[in-house]
Design a protein around this ligand. Structure first.
Ligand SMILES: Cc1cc2nc3c(=O)[nH]c(=O)nc-3n(C[C@H](O)[C@H](O)[C@H](O)COP(=O)(O)OP(=O)(O)OC[C@H]3O[C@@H](n4cnc5c(N)ncnc54)[C@H](O)[C@@H]3O)c2cc1C
Length: 470
């Protein structure tokens, strides 16, 4: 009899397991794939010696996560590498706006008419960032904020649609950079709380950067798994859980799965029928013969490069994928170039490069040509550098990881009320109708990303329950 059995070794399942093992509970973890990691993994997808991140690659949320910061992950091999610039957003005229560690450098790149507005937007929150991030990433309704004044001010700025917030800017450079930040989640720019999404990514860059993990995102998962084993936890891979009966007896079961899968496995009937999944992504991992030939010099030193001509183009791409059921003609793309800061990822002189664009839920087409046309627009000659590519659309992403239903890498639409109330309206979203069954995946607050905070919050709900019931 274990105290806790965890299903799914993504960042949230691993974090929940670690948090519970640290508190003296016996923990066993079961993972369907042959390696741990879920959305934080690294594989040789293309050619020998090229180590790609099939899922997450840039870690603004990981390096800022209160859960990860409290764990000794560096001792278990996690080393964050900071590119010279966290992010660059090149424009068709060959210039770029940047998101730098420095507020001044970022503001200056937006042009003289918007520099002051940007400063006034981010500077009030920066001194209180650590408390703010803890407050909004913690239990949604049952935890008392440590700094309710700052959280309220943040809510007033961030809860309205991002299109309201970007009206403060006078020029297109700032609007485009900010629209791109919002588009890291797949919701129309006019959605509720989209302003907060953009702000979080900007503040995260100024506070601690947007690093990559040395050696690849697998390092995050391997560090969590090694720590779990040191704490006495056991990990069983190649073990897909289909029914609760597949698992050993335990006082609590914690699922790092989609709500739909959990309902099926634990017999929860129609409990999560109202849960909505969002659009998918089309992902390409490239092995390159050298660096991406960006026209804008800033983009050559940035870890992440956003691709979208202007805010209207980004808005149209998001609407096409999320509302109109079609692939965008000019996809908005997030690209990551880990090789600018980590030479261990590819043979000498070569690079790995990572890119995805948004597509409708379950889309079965091929976005490669549209994505490469976009890349050629900002990096002419890109195609000549390609040695090999590995592509994955929604069906492949869902086949690799059951949590990415229809290719939705957020494991549930991050739009409307579901931004804050997921997987359903509840004071404790980590509990389920079954008293011994809990959910900890990114389908719970604070939502998608490699930060482990859903696992951390769910673990809290579990240990409170276990301490009440000896
Ligand atoms: C293409 C792509 C790019 C991304 N880019 C970034 C990025 O740059 N930065 C960032 O922060 N985030 C990024 N993300 C999102 C991030 O990877 C996820 O939000 C995060 O991994 C969610 O963590 P999780 O633990 O909730 O679930 P997951 O990481 O999805 O892990 C769930 C685990 O549970 C296992 N599982 C599911 N069902 C079962 C079952 N029945 N039995 C046993 N095991 C099961 C799965 O195999 C998987 O290992 C990206 C995701 C994708 C796909």
């Amino acid at each position: 009899m274990f105290d806790v059995v965890v299903v799914g070794a993504g960042p949230n399942g691993l974090t929940a397991a670690v948090e519970l093992a640290r508190r003296g509970f016996s923990v066993a973890l079961f993972e369907a794939r042959d390696t741990v990691g879920g959305g934080a993994r690294t594989e040789e997808l293309t050619l020998p010696g090229f180590r790609h991140d099939p899922c997450s690659a840039a870690h603004p949320l990981g390096v800022n996560s209160p859960a990860f910061r409290a764990l000794p992950l560096a001792r278990y091999g996690l080393n964050w590498l900071q590119p010279e610039l966290p992010m660059a957003h090149p424009f068709p005229d060959g210039t770029a706006a940047v998101l730098s560690r420095s507020v001044s450098e970022t503001a200056a790149s937006l042009g003289p008419r918007d520099a002051g507005t940007y400063r006034r937007l981010v500077e009030p929150f920066l001194p209180r960032w650590d408390t703010l991030v803890r407050d909004f990433m913690s239990l949604p309704l049952s935890a008392l904020p440590r700094d309710p004044v700052t959280l309220t001010r943040f809510g007033l700025v961030g809860l309205p649609p991002s299109t309201w917030l970007t009206r403060r800017f006078r020029d297109e450079r700032a609007r485009t950079l900010f629209a791109g930040l919002v588009a890291h989640v797949m919701a129309p720019l006019s959605g509720i709380a989209t302003g907060a999404i953009g702000l979080v990514f900007a503040l995260a860059a100024h506070a601690r950067g947007w690093p990559v993990a040395q050696g690849g995102s697998q390092a995050v998962s391997d560090a969590l798994a090694a720590y779990l084993r040191d704490l006495g936890g056991t990990i069983h891979t190649d073990y897909e859980v289909k029914r609760l009966d597949d698992l050993p007896p335990a006082r609590a079961y914690v699922f790092d799965t989609s709500p739909t899968a959990l309902a099926r496995i634990a017999g929860l009937g129609r409990h999560y029928d109202g849960y909505r999944y969002g659009p998918g992504v089309f992902k390409i991992d490239y092995a390159l013969d050298g660096p991406v030939p960006w026209t804008a010099p800033e983009a050559r030193t940035a870890g992440t490069v956003q691709i979208g001509g202007d805010s209207a183009e980004i808005g149209a791409a998001l609407r096409a994928a999320s509302r109109e059921g079609r692939a965008p003609d000019k996809p908005f793309m997030i690209t990551v170039q880990p090789s600018v800061v980590d030479p261990t990822r590819a043979p000498a002189g070569k690079q790995v490069f990572w890119a995805y664009g948004h597509v409708p839920h379950g889309w079965t087409g091929d976005l490669t040509d549209a994505m490469e046309r976009q890349l050629e627009r900002f990096a002419p000659g890109f195609r000549d550098r390609v040695l090999a590519r590995a592509t994955a659309g929604p069906p492949e992403l869902a086949a690799r990881n059951a949590n990415y239903v229809g290719g939705d890498i957020g494991s549930g639409a991050f739009s409307g009320l579901q931004v804050m109330m997921r997987p359903r309206l509840s004071l404790s979203p980590y509990h389920t109708p079954h008293p011994a069954v809990f959910i900890c995946s990114s389908a719970t607050p604070p939502g998608p990303g490699v930060h482990g905070m859903s696992g951390h919050n769910a673990a809290k709900a579990v240990w409170r329950r276990l301490r009440q019931t000896p």
